[in-house]
Ligand binder design. Structure first.
Ligand code: BDP
Length: 727
């Protein structure tokens, strides 16, 4: 029996038993989680106010203003069980939707007296104002507090889906996500109400661009057949202020149309991209552009033809420029020979240096409609990994930042690690020139000297679970990401509080916030290794596999200690890539934040930590603490029984139990490994060499399917490219 059903049965039985002695507990009505934070539940406002709020004058015409009105109507029905009346005379209205040309394009202003007036710099601004006002009402703010004005800090705020386009019996897989896509790739033109709900959810947190498919791009996305589907989806998303982007496989001219080469300097290749761009814009006039992973992890790219990243980006950028589109070129490139540019071989050997040395010398050379998208962290998306120094090394270049919402390496949707504090660290990290130095958010927003506006992108954690995320608490990560992209300086905890109130209501909100607010640190205690590679198993990135030969190399484990020396004197000189003040902070183990200690330093097992314990004991303790903390989640959640509907309560309880098993696996495997290599026993005697691996071996395979699907395709592609170009 599935655990959830077991739980529900047990709870019902307990309730039935108690009902005989006292009044049964009344639970709120069950919910599936589908409505996420847009639940619009009944509000106790005076009926006069409710009546006013349902008389709306829309002084703007357009499909986005209509979308705003439809959202308002949906909410009024939920709040007050009343239908909205659209009035033509503004004097008769209780609510005015208006434009205000003094505001920035996406900005809004909400005034509360004499009537509620929501104005936008454009229809999109109005839409964002409407969502903000609805959130205020739903959270029970006093009317005076509804008055707000705001505009986004970063102009392009995206989600990147890693959809494989595979056509399964059900729906396609997604790389690094444990679930299937919500997009019906075989026929995207088929109406599906979920698409609009997806758009509403994104628009409500200000997301205004989506890249629909995997960066390991299937060239089929550029086929006329699939483009027709993409156009249909773009039509659904457009009213909600969302532009569509797709990823482009660099070898598309070869793979789709049998062009003999994909060399970006070849006139046939240039003509192919121009024709493709023309075809796309005829279907999707506001198409955003291409997101490109090239010369990375075996993907084709300009390097295949001896050309540079700039040449590669330019061939697409030139084709898109007449239509106003952009190329988003990913900087996640490693494993190529960079030794000519590094100070010494040690630097060339450290993968942390690769992305930077691959691109730094190209600063200022990319065409104006190219944005270089850099992962937020240096190696990949691991827990509390230091920020990528390339953000400070690309003057005169539009930059974008890629964050991970899907939590690969961090338990995917089986853990609650809420990433708000990590995103806050990254976005507000000083990295530029000047006094005070520009932050990463300012650099990508184009608000730092030498940078035009770039973008922020989150790798999406959405899939076909009824609640969209497979773990209802992980909706908090998308919500927080959207709000931080809008305002990187907003306090993450305040955003979390809003989300909790909207999602679970007032009675449960504090408990939910308490559960989540430190959860990223808890997660880092078992998934992270003080900033160093935590090395989840190489293929599925889920369980640890420290005996894998690369582990020791990547983490610097020896019998004497652990960590990676990234100093300039004796190590890989990675630290030199940071601005001086940042490098100084991280360079000294005494000032380096503990959470990054082993990323920057190789230290002996008996190194004395701040709390007086030895390094090895500190690690053991962390794993044990993490398990205790995760186990405590279940107790904390139990306190909320009765404050949340049973359906959602049981879903979360089941997930929390699974996380406890997961944390135990990490603890048992990692502690055993560290004991083996260091020979130093746990001074608290909690385990010994003979301790067996965790009995709870649970490897979830959904996300592994996403990787297998794309790898099989890549293999087929390679063979085709070879066959065509060798002909
Ligand atoms: C790695 C992922 C891999 C992605 C790659 C990327 O494990 O599945 O394709 O990043 O971002 O972290 O391109």
């Amino acid at each position: 029996m599935k655990l959830r059903h077991l739980l529900l049965t047990l709870i019902s039985a307990t309730l039935a038993a108690t009902a005989q002695t006292k009044a049964p507990q009344v639970f709120p009505p069950d919910e599936s989680g589908y409505e996420t934070w847009l639940r619009y539940t009944e509000q106790a406002l005076p009926s006069e106010t409710a009546e006013q709020l349902t008389r709306v004058h829309v002084g703007v015409s357009g499909e986005t203003a209509e979308a705003a009105l439809s959202e308002w109507s949906r909410a009024m029905e939920g709040f007050f069980d009343r239908e909205v009346k659209r009035v033509s005379d503004p004097e008769q209205a209780g609510v005015l939707f208006a434009l205000n040309s003094t505001l920035g394009e996406e900005a809004y202003q909400i005034e509360v007296a004499p009537r509620l007036r929501i104005s936008g710099g454009s229809e999109r601004g109005l839409l964002y104002g409407v969502f903000t006002a609805l959130s205020s009402i739903q959270r029970g703010e006093d009317r005076a507090a509804w008055a707000k004005s705001s505009e986004p800090f970063i102009s392009l705020r995206m989600l990147n889906h890693w959809d494989n386009l595979t056509i399964d019996p059900t729906l396609g897989s997604i790389e690094r996500v444990d679930g299937s896509t919500i997009f019906e790739w075989p026929d995207l033109t088929r109406p599906n109400p979920r698409y609009e709900d997806y758009a509403r959810m994104l628009a409500s947190v200000g997301i205004n661009g989506v890249a629909l498919n995997n960066v390991n791009s299937d060239p089929a996305i550029l086929s006329s057949e699939l483009l027709a589907g993409v156009a249909a989806l773009a039509d659904t998303l457009r009213p909600w202020g969302i532009r569509v982007f797709i990823t482009a496989n660099f070898a598309s001219p070869v793979l789709l149309d049998g062009v003999k080469t994909a060399d970006p300097l070849d006139p046939n290749v240039q003509a192919w991209w121009r024709a493709k761009a023309d075809e796309i814009y005829a279907l999707i006039p506001d198409f955003g552009g291409f997101l490109v992973k090239a010369d990375s992890e075996g993907r084709p790219g300009p390097g295949t033809y001896g050309r540079s990243h700039v040449d590669g980006a330019r061939v697409m950028a030139d084709a898109l420029a007449p239509h106003g589109g952009i190329v988003i070129w990913r900087a996640f490139v490693y494993g190529r020979d960079i030794s000519e540019r590094t100070p010494h071989q040690r630097a060339a050997d450290d993968v942390a240096n690769h992305g930077s040395y691959e691109f730094m010398h190209l600063a200022g050379e990319f065409p104006d409609n190219v944005v270089l998208q850099i992962k937020c962290s240096v190696i990949d998306f691991q827990a509390w990994e230091p920020v990528h120094p390339l953000f400070g090394r690309m003057p005169d270049t539009r930059l974008g930042i890629e964050m991970d919402l899907a939590k690969q390496y961090k338990g995917y949707d089986s853990t609650i690690g809420w990433e708000g504090p990590y995103f806050d660290y990254i976005l507000n990290h000083p990295m530029g020139d000047g006094d005070p130095p520009a932050t990463i958010a300012e650099i990508v927003a184009g608000k730092a000297p030498g940078h035009e506006p770039g973008l922020i992108a989150g790798v999406a954690n959405i899939h076909d679970a009824r609640d969209w995320f497979g773990h209802m608490l992980n909706a908090s990560t998308l919500y927080t990401y959207g709000r931080q992209a809008w305002n990187p300086q907003a306090a993450p905890e305040a955003i979390l509080r809003d989300w909790a109130e909207l999602t679970f209501g007032d009675a449960a909100a504090s408990g939910v916030v308490e559960l989540l607010d430190d959860s990223y640190d808890t997660q880092a205690k078992y998934h992270g290794l003080l900033g160093n590679h935590s090395l989840a198993e190489l293929q599925h990135h889920y369980r640890p596999d420290p005996w894998e030969p690369l582990f020791a190399k990547k983490t610097g484990v020896t019998e004497h200690g652990i960590g990676f020396d990234r100093s300039s004197e004796t190590g890989s000189a990675f630290l030199d890539l940071y601005p001086e003040a940042v490098a100084e902070l991280y360079a000294d183990p005494e000032t380096c934040p503990t959470r990054f200690l082993l990323f920057f330093h190789h230290l002996p097992w008996d190194y004395e930590m701040d709390d007086g314990s030895t390094l090895i004991q500190f690690l053991y303790d962390q794993y044990y603490e993490a398990v205790e903390e995760v186990r405590a989640y279940e107790d904390q959640w139990r306190q909320l029984l009765g404050k949340i509907d049973l359906e959602r309560w049981a879903h979360v309880q089941e997930k929390l139990a699974a996380e406890a098993w997961h944390a135990e696996q990490w603890r048992d495997i990692m502690c055993r490994y560290f004991l083996e290599v260091s020979g130093i026993p746990d001074e608290k005697g909690r385990f010994t060499e003979g301790t067996p691996e965790s009995p709870h071996v649970r490897v979830n395979t959904g996300f592994w399917r996403g990787v297998q699907d794309y790898r099989a395709r890549v293999q087929r592609e390679r063979e085709r490219i070879r066959a065509i170009t060798d002909e």
